[in-house]
Design a protein around this ligand. Sequence first.
Ligand SMILES: [Zn+2]
Length: 209
Amino acid sequence: MTEPFCPICKTPHKLYPDSYWVHCSSCGHLLAYSKGQLEDHSRKSQLLDQSAEGLFAIGLNGRMRDRWFEIVGRVRYRYLDMEVAGHWDNWYIRFEDNTFGIIVSEGEEYYFYMKRESFTSEIPDFYALQPGSNLNIEGYDAEVFEVGEDVIEFIEGQVPKYYEPGRVAQYVDCQFRNYFVNVEYSKEQKLVFFGLKLAPSDIEMSQTS
Ligand SMILES: [Zn+2]
């Protein structure tokens, strides 16, 4: 873990190796980590709505089934389609063995996703897919149930580079039995996340350590 300082208010931030975007909770600036230093990126920042929602908050510890984790980041998405008002949060969590995952909270429902770092399947273009299409990925024949476009409104805590605030992405959500596949299409890359729905009893949160 490195511990660079906020260039604005000098607060130290303990950063994990894959963290890039950092929100300084002391001064409210959006920072980016590069070459051992934090730089101010506040022009891209949005107003932070830090109202508590549901179970989660940065710095809390929790247990998912038998694994302990810490919440290290939050990504607030909003639908770009004006007819579909709404937003949802991705909570970026780190387990004790240093692997990480994402809890997606949508209302009262929770899903757990992990980013798929490599895959052999060819991912179709966004415009080739629509609800009802089949997406064959890594041997799974998943069915598309939602396509859309969203924007990352803000981040809190620390998150990897691909969660750039202001980034617009197209997404495809698919399901294969009890598993979910989410593909995000941005200018630079296609990101693939595999997930599953959590039962309320799968997650238990405790106090800040
Ligand atoms: Zn600061």
